[in-house]
Design a protein around this ligand. Structure first.
Ligand code: AHR
Length: 649
């Protein structure tokens, strides 16, 4: 998505020359101490946080286009509109197709249904769509007519299927439209007999890696392009549920999709100002698919499991301590599902789903954003068993909902005493917090637990506001903070922005990293910051010494990439004017004349990306020529710059 061109080469050289020409007293100096040892950091520290919020999974990443395909929402016809005689249509629960999907629909001849999809069905011109249904004939010789219609009712594509039998069987058909439509509907109707239908489904043929019933390719591409070091899933508060009954239970999300029990999504009615009554979880994107996705994009899997606590913002229901065993067993079984041999109980299930090889699970989260004594009591129980049976698995524990305060201090005190592996800190705050927090980790204990800065995002308005924007101002504040995380990479093992995806017509929470509609997806300035850090990781820090001119608002980190042998410098200029900086790569005997520079900037701090102008705020890549290890560079106002150079000491 970045561009390289001769023009940009000239522009960048001009920037260097211009800055060299205007060397004056206002010039800051930055010494990159390539002659001094830094500390080892995790090159996979920049990852992604996935949660089924904002139609992130159903209606988003999971490419199923039919909402309530199995008639299991409490209102069994939610998302469906009946055509023809309503008394010829009946929801039934006898002689079912699947015990896990105990409802289906009976259509008499001359009746039909239309599905509205997830805020409409996105249809790309020329794309093949695969329709499937579990069906049986009840009477006569039913013929099923299938049609895609546009928002105004005009037909986009139509076909029909016959061959119904008395027993349930899968019937399939293909549809192709020559025109594009963002808000189509799927119509099915029956002629010539009475038919029972269940699992009515429509997928684009082209999914990520063209897996049937797979993931939306454009959405996964954003993740793949970022090259995240890890992926945390499935959340977020979704792990916890309003109550323990609707907590996330990974075992109900694997195996054939028809065997995955549909439940309400906890974001369905969370916000009175953004109700989403049709938000349910089909689990078509379940734990197997999450692991597979991690493997596809080269990210280390980080599943987070419920620890016997429902969301403390909701019911706060607790599983009594003496009844935690099934929760802990879920964790043990998950490790076996991910890593166990194919002849183990859970390893066999993974193999049966097509992945005999281990998924290489190395980390596991115990609870999401829990807090207080109740959490510590439960964490201890998990820790005792998991550490005894799986010392190779690092456990991620929770520091609560805020990055400071009583609950935070309480969590840290206890987790430190428990020698926790990795502590998950969350922060949603104004941009200033991120600018002010760049030295937060300088004083953390180097021998204590590692930090996972697991959820963060700068809020242009305030947390929970519907008026938050993914603008350059927020993105740069996050970038400034990330320089602090990277400089302290010996303490901060991992970090991820949250939430990840949002549907423009179905979101509950703003801001978000990547926005989608039914046809397109768009990276935010925050996304490009994440991408620049994750695409330019380091193995070691390189110490930096900044002598900034009084008015300068500069934030810096430097690393060494052992794979390419390059030194990588990241600089945020949060000031309103170009920052002239004299760079000194100390101890460098030789510097390669060719360097690469990525610049993220825009005309205004309020600039955002949109479907109409998706690259308005996106990095520009250029090659620059360097002649000496000491040179001047003008960092543009309100920008993030990433400079890659080869140095020999
Ligand atoms: O990212 C949105 C929510 O914020 C997460 O689900 C939760 O962990 C946090 O409160």
């Amino acid at each position: 998505m970045s561009k390289i061109s001769g023009k940009l080469f000239v522009a960048a050289s001009a920037l260097l020359a211009a800055s060299a020409a205007c060397l004056n007293a206002a010039e800051s100096t930055l010494t990159i101490q390539t002659d001094q040892p830094g500390v080892k950091i995790n090159r996979a520290m920049w990852g992604v946080f996935f949660e089924d919020i904002n139609l992130g999974a159903d209606g988003g990443l999971y490419a199923e286009l039919v909402k309530n395909r199995s008639f299991e929402f409490p209102n069994a016809l939610m998302g469906w509109q009946i055509s023809g005689q309503t008394n010829g249509v009946e929801i039934r629960a006898d002689k079912v197709f699947s015990q896990v999907q105990p409802h289906y629909i009976r259509l008499q001849s001359g009746t039909g249904l239309a599905n509205e999809g997830f805020r409409g069905i996105g249809i790309h011109a020329g794309e093949t769509y695969d329709f499937s249904v579990e069906a049986r004939a009840v009477e006569g010789r039913p013929v099923l007519k299938i049609e895609l219609v546009g928002a105004d009712g005009h037909s986009l594509a139509a076909t029909s299927v016959k061959g119904f039998q008395a027993d349930w069987q899968r019937l399939t058909a293909k549809l192709k439209s020559s025109t594009q439509e963002e808000k189509a509907r799927l119509k099915v109707s029956v002629e010539g007999g009475t038919a029972d239908l269940d699992m009515v489904s429509l997928f684009p043929r082209h999914t990520w890696k063209n897996r049937p019933g797979g993931l939306r390719a454009d959405m996964v591409q954003w993740l793949a392009d970022m090259k995240p070091g890890f992926m945390r899933f499935p959340g977020g508060c979704i792990v916890e549920g309003h109550t323990l009954t609707n907590r996330y239970q990974w075992k109900t999300t694997i195996g054939p999709v028809a065997e995955r029990k549909v439940i309400m999504n906890r974001w369905n009615d969370e916000f009175k100002h953004r109700p989403t009554p049709d938000y349910y979880q089909s689990f078509g994107l379940g734990f197997f698919e999450y692991f597979q996705l991690c493997e596809d994009i080269g990210a280390s899997p980080l599943p987070i499991l419920n620890c016997g606590m429902a969301c403390q913002y909701n019911s706060g229901e607790l599983c009594p301590l003496d009844q935690l065993e099934p929760y802990i067993q879920d964790a043990l079984d998950l490790i076996e599902f991910a890593n166990g041999p194919v002849d183990s109980v859970w390893g066999a299930k993974r193999a049966a789903m097509g992945h005999p090889k281990s998924f290489g699970l190395k980390m596991l989260g115990v609870g999401n954003e829990q807090w207080d004594q109740q959490y510590i009591d439960r964490y201890v129980k998990f820790q005792q068993v998991l550490k005894a049976k799986h010392p190779e698995i690092k456990l991620v524990s929770a520091a609560g909902p805020s990055p400071d305060g009583k609950l935070f201090d309480f969590a840290w005190k206890n987790l430190r005493e428990l020698h926790a592996d990795i502590v998950d800190e969350h922060c949603y705050a104004k941009p200033d917090w991120f600018y002010n927090g760049t030295h937060r980790y300088d004083h953390y204990d180097r021998n204590g637990p590692k930090v996972f800065f697991g959820e963060y995002a700068a809020q242009s308005d305030h947390t929970g506001s519907t008026n938050n924007h993914n603008n350059l101002e927020c993105a740069l504040a996050e970038a400034a903070c990330m320089t602090g995380l990277e400089r302290n990479g010996d303490v901060v093992a991992m970090a991820s922005y949250a939430p990840l995806f949002a549907h423009v017509d179905g979101w509950q929470w703003k801001p978000d990293l990547i926005w989608v509609n039914n046809l397109q997806s768009c990276g935010t300035p925050d996304y490009y910051v994440q991408k620049l850090f994750a695409n330019n990781p380091g193995d070691m820090t390189v110490p930096v010494k900044l002598n900034a001119f009084a008015d300068a608002k500069l934030f810096v980190s430097a690393t060494r990439d052992d794979v390419t042998g390059e030194t990588i410098l990241k600089v945020v200029n949060g000031g309103k004017s170009p920052a002239a900086v004299k760079l000194d790569f100390a101890g460098a005997k030789k510097i390669d004349s060719k360097a690469t520079v990525f610049t993220l900037a825009s005309a205004s701090l309020k600039d955002e990306n949109s479907f109409a102008a998706p690259q308005k705020v996106s990095p520009v890549e250029a090659k620059i020529k360097i002649t000496s290890p000491q040179f001047s560079y003008a960092f543009p106002p309100d920008s993030l710059t990433v400079l890659r150079l080869k140095i020999t000491n």
